[in-house]
Write a protein that binds this ligand. Sequence first.
Ligand code: NAP
Length: 253
Amino acid sequence: MKLAGKIALVTGGSRGIGKAVVEALAREGAKVAFVYKSNADSANALVADQAAQGREVIAFQCDVSKKDEADAIVQKVLDKWSRIDILINNAGIIKDGLLAAMTAENWQAVIDTNLTSVFNFAQAVMRPMMSQRYGRIVNMSSVAAEYGNQGQVNYAASKGGIQGLTRCLATEIGRRNITVNAIAPGFIETDMTETVRSMGGEKFKEVVAGISLRRLGKPEDIANAALFLASDDAAYITGHVLTVDGGLTLGGI
Ligand code: NAP
């Protein structure tokens, strides 16, 4: 098992990509704590499912955009397991709309949940990781950071911010044997993309036709990349943004 003895913290682990990440890390032997915002039923079901397979997974409710809540969660993990080896900053939301009509609330909610959360949790785990002389931080960005998408100025800004934060932080804490990387997923089958997927028809066929591998990604496709970056297989990779999009952004036809 690649992560035997490791302690991991995953934000947004109750559903979608985060859930698949929790499962992948726990399968590889890590003890995993994850946070969710409001979906307690999904979170409890995941904890129970993992326990039934003999894996140690715990869940905490928290709003990742709040600094004091992030600090408290990290302290709870340290109280329980005394260290944190892996942080996966995955929690995210969309509140799409053209800039002309976007409310300040919808701008701020996306920036706070997607980007400020990464600051909150990365800062909270830095001290224990630095004193351990070991850490793996993986931040969930998006291909939307680099490719224009109508209606997503808030989302793209948050995901671009994550990429800049990732590179800068990697230079700051590399000497302590802490790597910081990001993943840029393409179009993945989760609740977040349900609206577009449910369109069906010709429009949806066009989306799929633009993906080289001719299918949407599955949460497990992203979880496998997160597992790699969190493992010692990626010990010499830092400040990198790994695109996992089936070729969506290659522009091929
Ligand atoms: P999802 O299915 O909508 O799940 C979002 C997760 O984040 C849930 O666990 C949710 O908790 C949690 N969350 C949201 N706001 C939170 C908050 N304020 N505090 C704590 N937890 C919060 O999303 P997903 O599609 O798996 O996306 C996961 C990440 O990948 C996001 O950062 C997203 O931007 C990124 N991404 C997704 C795609 C895609 O195609 N799906 C593409 C590129 C990037 P509850 O269950 O309690 O609501």
